[in-house]
Design a protein around this ligand. Sequence first.
Ligand SMILES: NC(=O)c1ccc[n+]([C@@H]2O[C@H](COP(=O)([O-])OP(=O)(O)OC[C@H]3O[C@@H](n4cnc5c(N)ncnc54)[C@H](O)[C@@H]3O)[C@@H](O)[C@H]2O)c1
Length: 388
Amino acid sequence: MTANKKVRIGMVGYKFMGKAHSHAYRDLPFYFDTDVEPVLQTLVGRDQNAVRLAAEKLGWLSYETDWRRLLERDDIDVIDIGTPNVSHSEIAIAAAKAGKHVLCEKPLAMNATEAKEMWKAAEQAGIVHMICHNYRFVPAVQWAKKLIQEGVLGDIYHFRAQYLQDWIMDPAFPLVWRMRKDVTGSGTLGDLMAHSIDLARFLVGEIREVSGLMETFIKSRPVGEMSGGLEAAASGDSFAEVDVDDAAAALARFDNGAVGVFEATRFAKGNRNGNRIEINGSKGSIRWGMEQMNNLELYLDSDPRGTQGFRTITCTEGVHPYAGAYWPAGHGIGYEHTFINLMHEFMRGISGVGGKPSPSFEDGYRNQVILDAIEQSTITGSKVTIKY
Ligand SMILES: NC(=O)c1ccc[n+]([C@@H]2O[C@H](COP(=O)([O-])OP(=O)(O)OC[C@H]3O[C@@H](n4cnc5c(N)ncnc54)[C@H](O)[C@@H]3O)[C@@H](O)[C@H]2O)c1
């Protein structure tokens, strides 16, 4: 390890994503040869005692109880946003104006208007910006991208994505911020389908038009709070209306003529984090799913008759992007490594060796335009043309 330039992080939010990001910054120099070392400088949370304990547990040097304090401090280079969606734009725009680099969780904002303001503010300030679509950084997904770019699949006809979870199916599961439109913007659409749309744009290209369908199965729930990961606890006896989607679906046309089918739900019993894609081209197909994230299934029409079929490539060889930084071939990696790989690109962007990292706020904005269009189509019942 030849770490020399220290990049001092101030991170807002310290639960699910806070844990993932803290771990990634800590482990990055352990795995990657880098000239940049992230420093876990300051953790931000609103409750003094809780943020102090979180800072100790997650390995942060100090803490603050108001993110605005980070803007004034010259010992902070990066602001990392791991808070609910409603707070992203205010924090990101203020951070950019203060000259801090920004890493923001997805979806970038509550809507495309906000997302555009964030992207423009980041560009105007000349800071390095990224949105945390971590599934792009799975070596098997990166390998799929390379195969598609090299024409191994031929012309792409179909992109098919399912993002299936089941953690809120119990009607007694509390109404947390993820089910409040004023805090989250949308439900499964922005939470889950946003990731599928990012993979679609990354692997296949830009989307031209969409038709949407969204549904809320359980319309009222006891009010509660997230308690870490995807766990939550009711905070009393009161109930409130769920005003976001429990499930969302969309049909799409891509600029290159391919068609896309997207499904996202938190009501698919037995699917804990079933983030899956399949792509079919004129010469072959690929399949990938997060639950077997190291594996990429590949079908090639050029295989001799009688031996054709999907083969499973375990993307843990040195040739597979990022995989060589970890373990010998066949020794798999996990969820947390997707964040390490993403932070590695972010740090390379800051040090100047990696160019502008992606997905950027522009990607976050384009993603949000598509999310908004799916919602609009659901309301009007008509397909919507994507306009950036
Ligand atoms: N990349 C992914 O795969 C992924 C996975 C989960 C969540 N997310 C995104 O990450 C963000 C956070 O989600 P989470 O699951 O970590 O939520 P969470 O509920 O587990 O944690 C949110 C944190 O933000 C804090 N917080 C809320 N409002 C705040 C404010 N105004 N100032 C300071 N702190 C505040 C909370 O106290 C908590 O620490 C969301 O945008 C979500 O969509 C992304």
